[in-house]
Design a protein around this ligand. Structure first.
Ligand SMILES: [Fe+2]
Length: 388
């Protein structure tokens, strides 16, 4: 059954280029956005595994002289954004290329923004607060999870204050997303698993939320199907190009979906849990997703039943309630198959800190579109379920 269509908008302005070897197009794409001196943003892992050097080589072979900034830590801090902006400004960079996972892309977006806007990143926390367009951004993801290559969001940490915040603006959508699955082949199994669960969480939260619309749902549903069919293989056989290709496309699809709907309680909780307990983003989502789904079921039984089917569950003959419930079982089975057995307790969360986490989570805009509103006691029950 298709629900009545409510008023909605859908944007996806990023030009997607997908295919093995597409990273070699980077100089041409830079030319299209007027980039002559790019800041190439990566993380120390990208420098160590040679991918940063490879992309630098592609640019140098085309006669370009990129400026490297490879000090982006996971959960990028505002201090890194400040440092990257300083380097880009001193060198006179006119464009930004992001190579890596969500951390590199989110840092690159913030640097591109701070090159053209005054003040500090915190001044732009929230949505639609940029005063001027950022430098043109080209995103080259090396994980299949964040979807940041297509989204309006940059999520930053502030270690001085101990929190994370998001900056959202359509102007932060990269001009190009170069999706080259060969760049994801070397991602270790553990990171493949957690980043893949991040992508699945994006698609599920977008599909079940109250802001879901036919366009976002089409993207989310395809993402869920592709992740269900490919994540196990990508984790078990890192060198499987077909599985890697499908995961990279699925991650982008999920990004396009949630870019237009926002998310839900999993992502609302992931900001305080990630910043206070140092739990990697994909990991914390994977841990809380089944408990949040279980709570949310009554809020959107048809969508959860659909998720079960997309994840390969047999739902014929089941009641709508039972079919929806089997989506939770499907996610738990997927987690087990890709080796994710952790709980929140494994990262040091204890009951005396539940309220602190919940109070911060409830300030997230993602809560507004969650399909079922929780009391504080119900949020505690979700955290308890994800702790044991
Ligand atoms: Fe996420």
């Amino acid at each position: 059954m298709t629900p009545d269509v409510q008023a909605f908008s859908f944007i996806s302005p990023t030009h997607i280029r997908f295919g093995s070897g597409t990273v070699s197009e980077l100089p041409a794409r830079l030319g299209e956005v007027g980039g002559t001196k790019p800041l190439l943003v990566g993380d120390p892992g990208m420098a160590a595994n040679g991918l940063l050097g490879r992309v630098e080589g592609v640019l140098r072979a085309a006669g370009l002289a990129p400026v490297l900034f490879s000090a982006v830590e996971s959960d990028p801090d505002v201090a890194s954004v400040r440092e990257g902006t300083r380097i880009a400004a001193e060198a006179g960079c006119d464009s930004v290329v992001a190579l890596g996972g969500g951390s590199a892309m989110d840092a690159a977006k913030a640097i591109a923004m701070m090159m053209t806007n005054p003040g500090t990143p915190r001044d732009y926390a929230g949505t639609n607060r940029l005063k001027a367009p950022p430098l043109p951004i080209i995103a080259i993801p090396t994980t299949a999870g964040t979807g940041s290559e297509l989204t309006i969001w940059s999520v930053l940490s502030d270690r001085a204050t101990g929190d994370k915040f998001g900056i959202g603006s359509p102007m932060l959508c990269p001009r190009f997303a170069i999706l080259d699955p060969e760049l994801t082949l070397s991602l270790p199994a553990g990171l493949t698993a957690t980043t893949g669960m991040d992508a699945l969480t994006h698609a599920i939260e977008s599909l079940v939320c109250t802001a879901s619309n036919p366009f976002s749902a089409a993207h989310a549903e395809m993402a869920i199907r592709m992740i269900g069919e490919n994540l196990r293989t990508a984790v078990a056989q890192g060198g499987n190009l077909a599985a890697r290709s499908n995961m990279l496309v699925a991650s982008a699809l999920a990004g396009a979906a949630f870019n237009n709907t926002r998310l839900g309680y999993v992502h609302a909780l992931s900001l305080p849990l990630g910043s206070k307990f140092k739990i990697p983003h994909g990991m914390v989502n994977a841990i809380t997703l089944p408990a949040v789904m279980d709570f949310n079921l009554p809020g959107n039984l048809p969508a959860y039943a659909r998720i079960a089917t997309l994840l390969g569950e047999r739902t014929g003959g089941l009641s709508l309630r039972d079919a929806a419930r089997s989506s939770v079982e499907a996610v738990i089975a997927l987690k087990q198959d890709i080796g994710l057995h952790q709980t929140l307790a494994d990262f040091g969360l204890t009951e005396d800190r539940f309220d602190e986490v919940i109070d911060e989570a409830m300030t997230s805009g993602n809560c507004q579109v969650n399909p079922r509103q929780a009391t504080k006691a119900e949020m505690r029950a979700i955290l308890r379920a994800a702790s044991g």
